[in-house]
Design a protein around this ligand. Sequence first.
Ligand SMILES: NC(=O)c1ccc[n+]([C@@H]2O[C@H](COP(=O)([O-])OP(=O)(O)OC[C@H]3O[C@@H](n4cnc5c(N)ncnc54)[C@H](OP(=O)(O)O)[C@@H]3O)[C@@H](O)[C@H]2O)c1
Length: 289
Amino acid sequence: MTVIGLGLMGQALAGAFLRDGYPTTVWNRTAAKAEQLVAQGARLADSAGDAVAASPLVVVCVSDYGAVHELLDPLGEVLDGRVLVNLTSGTSRVARETAEWAARRGAAYLDGAIMAIPPAIGTADAVILYSGPRSAFDLYEPVLRSLGAGTTYLDGDHGLSSLYDVAVLSLMWNILNGFLQGAALLGAAGVDAATFAPIAKMGIGTVADWVSGYAQQIDDGTYPALDSTIDTHLAAMEHLIHESEFLGVDAELPRFVKALTDRAVADGHSGNGYAAMIEQFRKPSGVRP
Ligand SMILES: NC(=O)c1ccc[n+]([C@@H]2O[C@H](COP(=O)([O-])OP(=O)(O)OC[C@H]3O[C@@H](n4cnc5c(N)ncnc54)[C@H](OP(=O)(O)O)[C@@H]3O)[C@@H](O)[C@H]2O)c1
């Protein structure tokens, strides 16, 4: 295999291939970053073109898609007949454009999203999502699995791995922001974040248990209030805003959440369950009153 891009993530990817005994060629713009891998048995290519030519499977992991194109655009036909796996983070639109670009060069293209940090690569904790031709994934699945036990094929649509990536990041940031808001509120009353943490984890676990039921309601397009209504949520949101203002904690995020909920009420969802809020998230932000 070939790994192009030996930043923190690329080094971890190449290291996992080497640990599993795969002959691995590497290349990086700054050659010094290959030293440890070479000591572990990697071959350092003279150029990006040499690196691509060395293997039928080429993994690229650099800062952004601009760098991917800067590296691979000048290489001409050398990609022809190879499987190119791009593990660089980006957007679904750019992933689809890069798939068309790769097809014009005769390469089978898989776009991947790494949902793990470098130390997790090669372990049971690493989730890596792939989209693109199933045949290319199937051909190299055992090799790709050495990068993480959570190696998962999604779909033929090259944009999906990037979309899942931002969807999960959005989820994580929202959970973390909720935790930080709570920690700030309790901190104002002298409660340590560490004291709050076990209760916060219980709250996160409770919400995790709701996800499948809410997903079913979203897919069905009906939102019966099985637990509490949007009106009940709205009243509690007002408490959160008042507490934040009273304690001198930033109330902007709670106010934004309440504004979205007010719009759901204006759309007639006051008696529905919280999953009805999906309709607010589906609207482009520019069309709101
Ligand atoms: N680190 C993480 O936790 C993590 C997690 C998930 C996904 N990712 C994704 O993995 C990708 C790489 O992340 P990283 O953590 O490895 O970043 P990094 O440590 O900053 O490494 C960036 C890599 O990109 C190369 N590069 C940047 N611009 C280039 C250019 N114009 N031409 C050639 N090479 C160029 C760098 O080469 P030089 O060494 O020569 O500068 C280096 O190999 C990113 O898309 C990131 O979002 C990272």
